[in-house]
Design a protein around this ligand. Sequence first.
Ligand code: AMP
Length: 377
Amino acid sequence: MKTITPYQTIGIIGGGQLARMMSFSAKAMGYKVAVLDPEPNCPAGQVSDIEITAAYNDMEAIKKLASISDVITYEFENIDYEALKWLEENTYLPQGSNVLKVSQHRYLEKKTISDMGIRVAEFCLIDSAEALKKNITYPSVLKTTTLGYDGKGQIVLRSEADLPRALEQAANYECILEKFVPFTKEVSVIVARSTTGETAVFPVSENIHVNNILHQSIVPARISPKVEQEAIDYAQKIANNLNAIGLLAIEMFVVDESIVINEIAPRPHNSGHYTIDACVTSQFEQHVRAVCGLPLGATTLHTPVVMVNILGDHLDKQNMSNLAPYIPLLPNGKLHLYGKAEARDKRKMGHINLLGDINESLKAAAAQPHFADNSYR
Ligand code: AMP
């Protein structure tokens, strides 16, 4: 394990908003940043020193990134297997590939966590339409084992009426079938683990989803101290057992005053964007510290916060700079836009952190026309 010092270069695979915010933190700390992304002028490319425009599985581009970087990290978990293997053997990739492999595959992910003695939704592997017919129970959720995010590749089965569509998915993709968890809340915890095994946990975030996409994070989460402690303990246990390095975001359900784990992501997470304005150390700075071998920063919350995502649906697509009617004008609102050239429905364009009293922030958010009229729901 090495220490990467300012003026050295952090190479990031992926140039979206997570890499952009990682880059802001890295640059603030004096690092150079190089990003690899297929899209020219990508959100992170705009704010980095070097932008390599190429497909993620373009080995020449991966090698170029490696040749100019002192450490490699990533902003998403679906890195091509060959590229990952090469990076692990030929570059400094402190996060390794183990946690990535676990988080890339929903069956392996659920099995790994339940083998730690931590509760997950009851699940089984579905490798054919026959297997689904044999194992079906209602209500349940069928998910592809790979490449699903924001609810993609997921079918909720409430009754037999939902079966035909699910059978089609099961015939074409490897899936897992999960029992539907009757949760009262969704929460998440982001934990950082350093190269020396030190961990630091950010405050638990309460997450409100709309159409399977994160809409708001509320911190402190409105949960009991018992549930809060359990969430934190599980996060730490999972990070330690996986020997994770860098950030690990863990999405959880609250059921009957206890925690059921949904999924993990070895990277900064949308539900941790609140940390930028509300914590001593942001999740992005923390990730940079962890992968660079620096001591971790304090995760103390210095104000309550409501993070509201801005999707393409919320913007005037013809004139994206016209934000006047929206939340950003609030005096306690901190605006973060990602520099995406085109607004599309459901595309994450930015977020706002509303600082201060949670009830006031929720009221203020609800009073904004675009967030209040449910037009995108
Ligand atoms: P995921 O892609 O696994 O994060 O799922 C997206 C969303 O679907 C979650 O945030 C939950 O709201 C819902 N969901 C996923 N799995 C389950 C489950 N087993 N039971 C109930 N809701 C679920």
